[in-house]
Design a protein around this ligand. Structure first.
Ligand SMILES: [Zn+2]
Length: 344
């Protein structure tokens, strides 16, 4: 079968269309024919690699997909061949202390499809039954494929970790990335007032289209001062900051007393430069989050399937055009998810 991956880490030039054997499902897995898959920033990091990442080669990329079950492992119950499904991209061990609590993304053996485990940019993939959620009749598979990683991440980050409540004010720093787009939609769904700092007029318009109430262009405006001004010198209850080093000190300033800063990433660098005096004086909570549990995945996907949120799709590409699709993502030109058609 065909798959997208690489034999060695490096730049985009190491990517190949692989010809590898079709996998066989383990007793607790199903075999899925992948119809659509979606790109994530993670693809780029995994391909470049990092110290201690020891992948079996060739490595197949991809974390998000939607497809159809074509075979069942011997212990699988409650699923049938032909069912349309999406999968939680997280793999957890089921046995550790955190798995016992249902905190799957805290699992000591946690990893992701396409990261520590073979990915989904393949004509067929095997996935544990416990990761699946059914896609309702009539719901487009390309839209289902665009949702899992970013809506799961944004759901846990906003609701479970930051405890966002209706009527609260939330500031999302950056609008282009998939997690931030999902966060804007989910925060609106939950009845929050949503402020966004976006880069450039197109991203400003995009953030408004996603439902943001107030949008600042960070190229021309000091958004942390604008937020302070526009909230009557109060600040916001929650800041979502996945930008990291470049914005963290400003995000702390934009928070109200007793506010929460939640982070699931640090695209500009890992050092916070936080003024600790601000943290204790304003009694700020700094909260980390990553991915989520299967119950959070189910909840996030139900919001997608009910149409309470609508995963934006930037473009759909054939499998062979992955290098061009990746180049578009790396340049940051996209608005919404970049989707691959594997087998429609
Ligand atoms: Zn575990």
């Amino acid at each position: 079968m065909r798959a997208i991956g690489f034999y060695e880490h490096g730049g985009p030039e190491v990517i190949q269309i692989l010809d590898i054997p079709q996998p066989t499902p383990a007793p607790d897995e199903v075999l899925i024919r992948v119809h659509y898959a979606a790109l994530n920033r993670l693809d780029d990091w995994v391909r470049r690699g990092w110290p201690g990442l020891n992948l079996a080669m060739p490595h197949v990329l991809g974390s998000d997909m939607a497809g159809e079950i074509v075979a069942l492992g011997s212990h699988v119950r409650g699923w049938n061949v032909g069912a349309r499904v999406v999968a939680n991209p997280g793999i957890w061990c089921t046995r550790c202390e955190w798995c016992e609590r249902g905190e799957h993304s805290l699992c000591v053996n946690y990893g992701l499809l396409g990261e520590h485990f073979p990915g989904v940019y393949a004509e067929y993939v095997t996935i544990p039954e416990r990761n699946l959620v059914r896609v309702p009749e009539g719901f487009p598979l390309e839209k289902a494929a665009a949702a899992p990683l970013v809506y799961l991440t944004a759901w846990r980050m906003l609701f479970t970790r930051a405890g966002l409540r209706p009527g609260e004010r939330v500031l999302v720093v950056g609008a282009g990335g998939g997690v931030n787009s999902a966060a804007i939609q989910l925060a609106k769904m939950a009845g929050a007032v949503v402020y966004v700092a976006a880069g450039g007029p197109e991203k400003v318009r995009y953030a408004r289209d996603l439902g943001a109430d107030v949008v600042y262009d960070y190229r021309t405006e000091e958004w942390w001062k604008a937020v302070y001004r526009d909230t009557g010198k109060r600040g916001v209850d929650v800041v979502v900051d996945n930008v990291g080093e470049a914005t963290f000190p400003h995000s702390l300033r934009a928070l109200a007393r007793g506010g929460r800063l939640v982070t699931v990433g640090a695209t500009t660098g890992p050092r916070s430069g936080a003024d600790i005096r601000l943290i204790f004086w304003k009694q700020i909570s700094i909260i980390g989050s990553t991915m989520g549990s299967q119950s959070e995945f189910r909840a996030a996907m139900q919001a997608v399937f009910r149409g309470q949120v609508d995963p934006p799709i930037d473009s759909i590409w054939p499998m062979e055009a992955y290098p061009e699709a990746l180049a578009r993502m790396i340049k940051g030109e996209h608005m919404g998810k970049i989707v691959l058609e594997i087998a429609a």
